[in-house]
Design a protein around this ligand. Structure first.
Ligand SMILES: [Zn+2]
Length: 351
């Protein structure tokens, strides 16, 4: 049987759709070299008639596949049913909507963001699954790991931007293909290489966490001077639509504190040039206790979102580096990320 690859497909997802193993797909499609090969939308692949329906269930597969913009968008109708509010806060360079989710009705506003860097899709998957679980516990009135979710969400409103950099994350998951509107620019920046595991920038080669007006000049001087797969700060702060959208969203709210999720390192950065308020230290110690991640005062860098937030508001900001290994972390890294960060994100609601 023949199948035409759709936008958002990966080997693991196609295998799941037809209840076959990735291994079987490779066997019947000799032109696909490995289970990490990119699939291009429009490409035809052969689906073998081997079924393993009995051995797969949705939960298993959800834990075992990647996460990009197509996956997020599939969930939107469910979000609404689950009582998660959805808002579009801007559009990426490739005109993909940037979504903000919200849950809770409390006065205290908290903000979690993820998917800043292209090769850090685990953070987006984590935070999306987390808010869905939160909604479930809220509806059912159960406590989750001892946290009374219904009560907490009457005191707190949690805002989540799960995927700040959809163009970049999709590039790492899918590569470029003929109809990709930025294929020429991306290949140029990538010196002709067609693999993108190392890519962390947005689609124009600007690092969205180097774009913030907090020591931007210092960071820009020490970073690549032109569009690059990582660390290029751009021509000025906040030139990129993704960074601008998060900037405006932050300005419109009065967040008590913010968490920005990245990978990797299993550490929590909590300071910026001594501008962080005194309560940050006690807060990071609590987050460390529940996650086993190590507090680190600063990354000795400037121009990041949490740096700007601390400088701008004088309130606490944290960068959480989930997982350990080389980005993109392997799919199986998700288990540790889920279990340690669930508790961290729960404790984050009551700091
Ligand atoms: Zn990152």
């Amino acid at each position: 049987m023949k199948y035409t690859v759709q936008l958002g497909d990966t080997i693991a997802k196609v295998a799941y759709k037809f209840k076959v193993r990735p291994f079987d797909l490779l066997l019947f499609n000799p032109h696909i070299y490995s289970d990490q090969s990119y699939l291009s939308p429009g490409q035809d692949i052969h689906i073998p008639q081997i079924t393993m329906e009995q051995s797969l269930n949705d939960n298993d597969v959800q834990l075992k596949t990647e996460f990009g913009q197509a996956d997020l968008e599939k969930k939107i109708p469910d979000f609404k049913k689950q009582g998660i509010r959805v808002e579009i806060i801007g559009y990426s360079v490739m005109n993909k909507p940037l979504y903000a989710l919200a849950i809770g009705s409390g006065k205290k506003e908290i903000f979690y963001s993820a998917g800043w860097h292209a090769n850090e899709w685990h953070t987006s998957k984590f935070i999306t699954q987390y808010i869905e679980e939160l909604a479930l516990y809220q509806q059912q009135g159960f406590s989750w790991h001892g946290y009374d979710i219904e009560k907490i969400l009457r005191e707190v409103t949690l805002y989540v931007v799960p995927l700040v950099n959809p163009d970049g994350v999709d590039l790492v998951l899918q590569g470029i293909y003929d109809e990709h509107p930025y294929s020429k620019e991306v290949l140029n920046i990538n010196k002709g290489m067609t693999r993108f595991e190392h890519w962390s920038s947005n689609i124009r080669g600007v690092d969205l966490n180097h774009q913030w007006p907090a020591g931007w000049e210092i960071e820009a001087k020490e970073s690549p001077q032109q569009p690059w797969s990582r660390h290029y700060s751009g021509k000025a702060p906040l030139t990129e639509p993704e960074a601008k959208a998060v900037y405006q969203f932050t300005k419109q709210h009065s967040f008590a504190y913010v968490f920005a999720f990245h990978s990797q390192g299993q550490v929590i950065y909590w300071g910026y040039r001594g501008m962080e308020p005194s309560e940050s230290k006690g807060m990071v110690e609590r987050l460390s206790l529940v996650s086993s991640y190590t507090p680190v005062h600063t990354a000795d860098s400037d121009g990041g979102y949490k740096d700007w937030f601390i400088q701008e508001t004088g309130r606490p900001g944290f960068t959480i580096e989930v997982g350990v290994g080389t980005n993109p972390l392997p799919i199986h890294a998700y288990g540790e990320i889920w279990s340690n960060n669930c508790l961290l994100a729960l404790e984050g609601l009551v700091l």
